[in-house]
Write a protein that binds this ligand. Structure first.
Ligand code: MSP
Length: 520
């Protein structure tokens, strides 16, 4: 059976510093979607990587007394290590200094030139190096960058320009015809009003520094870093290569299904990028989804502001799965959200240790104690009580509810859906009191039915929790004696079918999934 392709990207990160909570956030969200889409049978291609050119990276290299290439080579493994630590299942890790990317970027640039959208001009204006963005005098706020508030530099150069202004109508048509091209709606409105205000042509080359990709038709100029960076999304699926396998891959995966980005970089992704593709006669991505900023004490977290906690320190304290859970559960994806150690401890103790971890331990314990650790027989549907039916109905409603949430990248709702089952099963156990049922032979059949239903609901909960917390879910399936690995499910509908848990399987209790954290 041919699986439907599904192409997911994260931004490619600047290698001016090491990965932090902000970059990890985008990457985890993209990974949870990649894992979920694999479960729904898609042929997923999940791309992440590094933006290695530009002045900002060159400056970082200089400050560290290294050549730009040596510097990026020294930082790249730190990103890969961080993503491995966070269990990110990327399919490709692109670096813009790779030959395949130079080839693709030059091909696109040449195509735009051939199509009449690149011309020579003179640029005079301001440039923000940390944001790698051009600004006009009027755009500055008290003489500083309107994006990040830092100092800007004046540049005066002969550059090549891209006729962005020619695309205003076609872009507006795109947003109109495809209302979910930019999501969430607040971002869509922002992009709409920006484009409605008129577009200026964009300077796309630089001559005053050399750390970039030379223009194919004027090698004295290097490409503006954002211009080369955006092209990475096509490079990775084969653009620019004549190899028939690459050509086929590009056909299969382009256009991308979703570009994950932060709200600070939507103009590049929702205005410049589609215009570049239109100018080249190529299809535009299906969606750009912008998430908000993680804030600490009301301020954007960033390395330069010195309020960055490292992902590694949190993973050490809470574990990978809880880390992934916290950021996707506590911050509505698409909005800004405050994060703190206190709220992380709260989520951990409440949702993970109490609701989910305790449910698993109690149930496995009781199965060991009352059923010799063996999953009891499937109860007859005819004997089901209204409580049994309710638990089953929630489980059977999960696939549709989860799909609806994930197709909007609403991780909070998706997880709440899974938790509605977890919480209902906790109550089910309280109400049916297996410890009482175990006291007499007469109530033995009811005891078996209750334990089977609860174990089955736990198996299904673990399935839906797995895109966010793959390791604990795999562990829960193992403890339930399920022979498959939850991380390898490719037919979610079948796997989520009620009654899938095999009677007679041997369960194992194991240690607590999440040890309660006592705050110092
Ligand atoms: N290199 C460009 C992207 C090029 S994509 C063709 C870039 N890199 S970046 O490393 O500066 O930032 C990458 C992403 O991290 C952005 O989407 C940004 O929003 C995100 N975050 C950085 N700090 C953040 C927070 N404090 N909170 C959430 N995400 C933020 O931009």
């Amino acid at each position: 059976m041919d699986r439907t392709p599904f192409y997911i990207t994260t931004p490619i990160y600047y290698v001016n510093s090491v990965p932090h909570l902000g970059t990890a956030y985008t990457t985890i969200a993209a990974d949870a979607l990649a894992r979920y889409r694999r479960m729904t049978g898609h042929d997923v291609f999940f791309l992440t990587g590094l933006d290695e050119h530009g002045q900002k990276v060159a400056q970082a290299a200089d400050e560290n007394g290294m050549t730009p290439q040596a510097w990026v080579d020294s930082i790249a493994p730190k990103f890969q290590e961080a993503w491995d630590m966070l269990d990110i299942t990327y399919d490709d890790f692109i670096r813009t200094t790779e030959p395949r990317h130079e080839r693709a970027s030059q091909k696109l640039m040449q195509t735009l030139k051939d199509n009449g959208y690149i011309y020579q001009g003179h640029y005079e204006g301001w440039y923000c190096v940390p944001d790698e963005t051009f600004y006009t005098e009027e755009q500055l706020v008290e003489g500083t960058c309107p994006g990040c508030g830092r100092d800007v530099q004046f540049i005066r150069e002969d550059n090549w320009f891209f006729k962005l202004s020619a695309f205003q109508d076609r872009l507006l048509e795109l947003y109109h015809d495809n209302p979910t091209f930019v999501q969430p709606d607040t971002r869509r409105n922002e992009v709409l009003s920006f484009v409605e205000g008129g577009l200026r042509d964009l300077s796309v080359s630089r001559t005053t520094f050399t750390w970039g990709i030379p223009l194919p038709f004027d090698p004295e100029h290097v490409m503006y870093v954002w211009f080369d960076a955006l092209i990475n999304y096509m490079t990775a699926v084969g653009y620019g290569s004549d190899d028939p396998a690459d050509v086929a891959r590009f056909e299969r995966f382009w256009p991308a299904d979703v570009h994950f980005v932060g709200k600070d970089i939507i103009r590049f992704h929702c205005v410049i990028w589609p215009a570049m593709l239109m100018a080249a006669g190529l299809p535009v991505p299906k969606q750009v989804f912008a998430h908000g900023f993680l804030l600490t004490k009301g301020e954007k977290m960033s390395k330069s502001k010195g309020n960055a906690i490292t992902p590694a320190s949190l993973v050490e304290r809470f574990g990978v799965d809880a880390y992934r859970y916290y950021f996707l559960r506590d911050v509505q994806f698409g909005s800004d959200g405050s994060i703190s150690i206190e709220s992380m401890v709260q989520r951990y103790n409440g949702d993970l240790a109490n609701d989910w971890g305790n449910l698993c331990s109690r149930l496995l314990n009781m199965t060991e104690k009352y059923c010799e650790g063996v999953v009891p027989a499937r109860p007859h549907a005819a004997d089901a009580t209204s409580d049994d039916d309710e638990v089953r109905a929630i489980a059977e409603g999960l696939p549709a509810a989860y799909e609806a949430a994930m197709s909007r990248l609403d991780y909070v709702s998706a997880l709440e859906g899974a938790w509605s089952l977890v919480k209902r099963v906790n109550r089910y156990i309280e109400d049916s009191a297996p410890w009482g049922l175990a006291k007499s032979e007469e109530t033995r059949p009811r005891l078996d039915a209750v334990l089977y239903n609860a174990l089955e609901a736990v198996r299904i909960s673990a399935l839906f929790i797995s895109p966010v917390m793959p390791n604990t879910s795999a562990d829960v399936w193992r403890r339930l004696g399920v022979s498959a690995d939850v991380r390898e499910v490719t037919d979610l509908a079948a796997a989520a079918g009620w009654g899938g848990l095999a009677p007679g399987s041997q369960v194992t209790k194991g240690d607590a999934l999440f040890q309660r954290i006592v705050e110092e």
